[in-house]
Design a protein around this ligand. Structure first.
Ligand SMILES: [Zn+2]
Length: 261
């Protein structure tokens, strides 16, 4: 493949990434509300008016409409644009890290699923089973198409170990704290992520998720925004940790081991 062709294909994949990001918004909104994903077509959640195709262009429409519905002038959440941009960024990272390959495509699907889980858990404090099943399927394919020669057992160990670890945490926290500090969805999620990433990277992802969680708790309590009656969603931190491990896992682990060798 010539370099020009690679750039062209990369550009089109990035455009698809933006459009998929737009679809992810539909998934994030409808999945936890148990609505159908295909019907009805996108509409304003405030006035119910169908969104015209030219008002549905990722990022651009939000800017042109000034973040307001064309019909009822209701405020449109910046989250929609953030999801589109985040998906675009993640897909570009996949291409930079893994090139234009089948494996890279699988990583893009994984990232989009992580993004959906991130935002649904943030808003509703649930991890939908269908998204976890998606990661499980993609994870199995990633083990098959992984460019490095190891590794299917590495991935299997990752899935099993992560699942057991979080299961222990789940029951342990119930036993000791007498309340659910961790959702059952988190246990399934991390088992699936272990299959997708292998044991080293899922261990790193868990560790990074815990650090992100601690930083969040410190900042939230310093700002007085911590409500004791409201459960803290853990999946956003874990999915962020997993995404970082996907892209930088090898470098971080290599650097860490280098400290001792
Ligand atoms: Zn409206």
């Amino acid at each position: 493949m010539t370099e020009e062709l690679q750039w062209l294909i990369g550009f089109f994949i990035a455009l698809i990434g933006l459009s998929v990001g737009s679809f992810l918004n539909v998934v994030i909104y409808r999945l936890p509300r148990e609505e159908r994903l295909d019907k009805p077509s996108s509409h304003c959640t405030s006035c119910g008016h169908a969104i015209r195709w030219y008002d549905n262009i990722p990022v651009l429409s939000y800017l042109l409409l000034g973040g307001k519905c064309r019909d009822c002038k209701a405020h449109i959440s910046i989250r929609y644009t953030l999801v589109e941009l985040a998906n675009l960024l993640l897909w570009i990272c996949c291409m930079l890290k893994f090139g234009i390959t089948v494996y890279s495509g699988l990583c893009m699907i994984l990232c989009s699923l992580l993004l959906v889980i991130f935002f649904i858990d943030l808003e509703h404090q649930i991890v939908c089973d269908s998204t976890v099943i998606g990661i499980l399927l993609v994870g199995a394919l990633m083990a098959i198409f992984c460019p490095e020669p190891v590794v299917w057992y590495d991935r299997l160990i990752g899935g099993g170990a992560a699942f057991l670890f979080f299961l222990l945490l789940f029951y342990g926290s119930q036993l000791i704290l007498k309340k659910e500090a961790l959702g059952g969805g988190d246990v399934k999620l991390m088992g699936a992520c272990g299959l997708a990433l292998g044991w080293q990277n899922v261990a790193l992802g868990t560790f990074l998720g815990a650090i992100i969680g601690c930083v969040y708790l410190l900042i939230a309590s310093a700002l007085g925004k911590l409500q004791s009656d409201k459960p803290i969603p853990f999946a956003p931190m874990l999915t962020a940790g997993v995404a970082i491990a996907l892209f930088f896992g090898q470098s971080i682990i290599g650097w860490y081991l280098g400290l001792f060798l």
